[in-house]
Design a protein around this ligand. Structure first.
Ligand SMILES: O=c1ccn([C@@H]2O[C@H](COP(=O)(O)O)[C@@H](O)[C@H]2O)c(=O)[nH]1
Length: 256
């Protein structure tokens, strides 16, 4: 089964596009030693509402070797029916990317990863021949600096983020096994952006703490298995509520 099919199946099962972001902050979770239990609770309580999970490598790397071990332990224990998108945003020459692809898709066996497309097609190629796997290329990120490059116009009138999508189109034209989607930040998902975004799987961060407005997505005729990520809005907000209650509330807002 292709990655996009697996994700669509999960969206249908849970009836929602909620992607639960997992970004542990030891200083807010009782210290590094408490993080494994925090992760078990987040995963355990939110899985029933999650179309996908999205751990971000940065938060695990920041805890050193122990953080990497925690990520590995969490990945091993995660329910297999929930696709995992590892937010790694890697970018390097193709020779090095081969090893990132092996690490994420073979050793850690995640379903999808985020990649930075700045180095071009040969830099994403090592990720393209993996059955059942997906990559999300950064197209329009949720930060203000997305205007610096991604939303600049070229001489021919196209935006730079449209060039990013040429990489995905090429992968489709070559019938590659890996599905290619895009990161589009909710905070920057204007009409002008969305009308130029392909009907490929989108990972949409920016809901909750970053203040993105779901109304931006309304009325779009999209068929791809898009997911909308909420991290702090579940794990570090309204701490009087359980993770399950917060995930349920977001999942209802993202009902399909
Ligand atoms: O454009 C992007 C790409 C990735 N992210 C990541 O998503 C989560 C968002 O966390 P919140 O707490 O819900 O704001 C985080 O891991 C970011 O690094 C993004 O926000 N925007």
């Amino acid at each position: 089964m292709r990655y996009a099919e697996k994700l669509q199946q999960r969206i249908s099962e849970v009836g929602s596009r909620l992607c639960v972001g997992i970004d542990p902050r030891p200083e807010l979770s009782g210290g590094v030693d408490e993080v494994p239990e925090f992760l078990r609770r987040v995963v355990g309580e939110t899985a029933a509402y999650a179309a996908a999970f999205k751990p971000n490598m940065a938060y695990f790397e920041a805890m050193g070797l122990r953080g990497i071990e925690m990520l590995q332990e969490m990945l091993q224990e995660m329910p297999k029916e929930v696709p995992v998108i590892l937010d790694a945003k890697r970018s390097d020459i193709g020779e090095t990317q081969k090893y990132y692809a092996k690490s994420y898709f073979e050793n850690w066996n995640v379903d999808a990863v985020t990649l930075n497309p700045f180095l071009g097609y040969d830099s994403i190629e090592p990720f393209l021949d993996w059955e059942g796997k997906g990559i999300y290329l950064l197209a329009v990120t949720s930060n203000a600096g997305s205007a610096d490059f991604q939303r600049q116009k070229l001489a021919d009138g196209r935006f730079v983020f449209e060039l990013v999508q040429e990489l995905g189109k090429r992968a489709i034209s070559e019938s590659r096994a890996t599905d290619v989607g895009y990161v589009v930040g909710l905070t920057n998902a204007s009409e002008e952006v969305l009308e130029r975004i392909a009907d490929s799987p989108l990972l949409i961060p920016g809901l909750g703490a970053q203040g993105g407005d779901l109304a931006s997505l309304e009325g779009k005729k999209r068929t791809a298995p898009d997911v909308v990520n909420v991290s702090r809005g579940i794990t570090y907000k309204d701490m009087d509520k359980s993770f399950a209650e917060k995930a349920k509330a977001w999942s209802e807002q993202l009902a399909v």
